[in-house]
Design a binder for this molecule. Structure first.
Ligand code: ZN
Ligand code: ZN
Length: 406
């Protein structure tokens, strides 16, 4: 089968890291750790596993973080023996089931949750997995991972049946491939849901930030006011379409946000705050600057929801957290959430709410490529990273996916 694998040998990693920093672009040609190879199909490793044929798979910011050798990933690479199989925003079809699989059959179309729990590894459930929160599992150090199980950037892969979610016939592949990232947005919202008359600011208008606009609107609380801070014009237009009341770019941010909230800016120089501030700030960037800004733009007792994980922040003024009694909440991936007295896995809820029209995400998928054209796919997926946000971004990229039918 065709598979796009990421080699973790130190020479490739160091070369790619050097290349990325020198050119500010991904290392995809000579010396790249990323290779399109023909390898044998994965074998079901135990009776609860299912073999799947990939139909589509998205490219996520986390994947681009691995390819860009950013943050603490070099430490991750050191622990690996074999290559890394990437691609976790998947829609696939079941082609084989293990003897003990009870919930799925050959031909079922599914999407995949990447939140493996204790049961996936044959361990007795820890307190968090028992509560449907495997993202917080405290047995991760006991897990024994199978090698060569493939992932979404491979034609075939295998997964435990408890990671699969059935996709209804009415939800097409272009929508189903967005379930995983949009579930991350919905989980961020349901972690501590906003209420009547709350003022919301979303920093970052990529797939996750735009997904948060949709997720908040899906709650059906019309008095919530949403403002989105987005670098590119097409992202801001999309935010408007999905239900944002205000969109702003990075020019004169304080003045624009103060005007939206009808509140004075206090302080001066680099030490300013919005007096009234937002009740919720969803930080989908989580850089030093965005976290620092987020805290300065919150209302007293406001909530900063840390969604992104792009770098290790430094020099943030936490005195505001004490003085204004702010809450900082982290959110990662998806889990079981509660809303309207229904406790449900976020991906299952996304599928239900998209199927019944409650959650609208239609236009987030902007580009599709065959796996063999991966170099162009990554160029388009990263084209807005280095583009100057003040000029139009040529590709208008939101979500790029590999489509195995192309
Ligand atoms: Zn992802
Ligand atoms: Zn666990």
């Amino acid at each position: 089968m065709l598979s796009l694998i990421f080699n973790t040998n130190p020479i490739n990693i160091h070369y790619a890291s050097f290349y990325n920093r020198l050119t500010n672009s991904l290392c995809l040609d000579f010396g790249s750790p990323l290779k399109l190879v023909n390898i044998s199909e994965p074998i079901i490793p135990n009776d609860r596993y299912v073999k799947l044929k990939t139909r589509m798979c998205g490219i996520c910011g986390t994947d681009l973080g691995v390819l860009g050798i950013r943050t603490s990933f070099p430490n991750t690479f050191k622990k690996r023996k074999g290559p890394i199989f990437l691609g976790h925003e998947i829609v696939a079809e079941v082609t084989e089931v293990g003897k003990a699989v009870s919930k799925f059959k050959i031909g079922d179309r599914v999407t995949i949750g990447d939140d493996k729990n204790c049961e996936t590894f044959g361990l007795e459930s820890c307190v968090f997995c028992r509560d449907g929160l495997p993202v917080l599992c405290i047995n991760k150090h006991k897990r024994e991972y199978y090698e060569n199980i493939g992932a979404g950037w491979s034609e075939y892969f295998v997964r435990h049946e408890n990671q699969l979610f059935a996709v209804p016939d009415d939800v097409d592949d272009d929508t189903a491939v967005l379930m995983e990232p949009v579930a991350a947005s919905l989980h961020a919202v349901l972690r501590s849901p906003p209420g009547e008359n709350d003022n919301i600011l979303i920093i970052g208008a990529g797939t996750i930030g735009l997904g948060i606009v949709s997720a908040i609107r899906s709650l059906g609380i019309e008095s919530i006011k949403i403002t989105v801070l987005g670098r590119h014009e097409f992202q801001r237009n999309e935010a408007h379409k999905l239900g944002a009341d205000h969109v702003v770019n990075e020019i004169s941010m304080y003045d624009k946000l103060a005007e939206i909230l009808d509140t004075p800016i206090l302080g001066e120089g680099g030490n300013q705050i919005l007096n009234k501030g937002f009740n919720y700030v969803y930080d989908c960037i989580s850089s030093t600057t965005s976290i620092d800004n987020g805290l300065r733009w919150l209302s007293p007792r406001g909530n900063l929801i840390v969604v992104g994980m792009s770098e290790t922040p430094k020099s943030i003024d936490f005195t505001l957290v004490a003085r204004r009694e702010l809450n900082i909440l982290g959110t990662h991936g998806y889990a079981h959430d509660s809303w309207e007295n229904v406790r449900q896995h976020t991906i299952a809820r996304c599928i239900d709410w998209i199927n019944n029209g409650r959650l609208k995400i239609d236009s987030l998928l902007t580009h599709k490529f065959p796996l063999s054209d991966y170099k162009n796919a990554f160029k388009v997926a990263t084209s807005h990273y280095s583009a100057n946000g003040l000029k139009p971004e040529p590709n208008k990229t939101i979500k790029v996916a590999f489509d195995y039918a192309l």
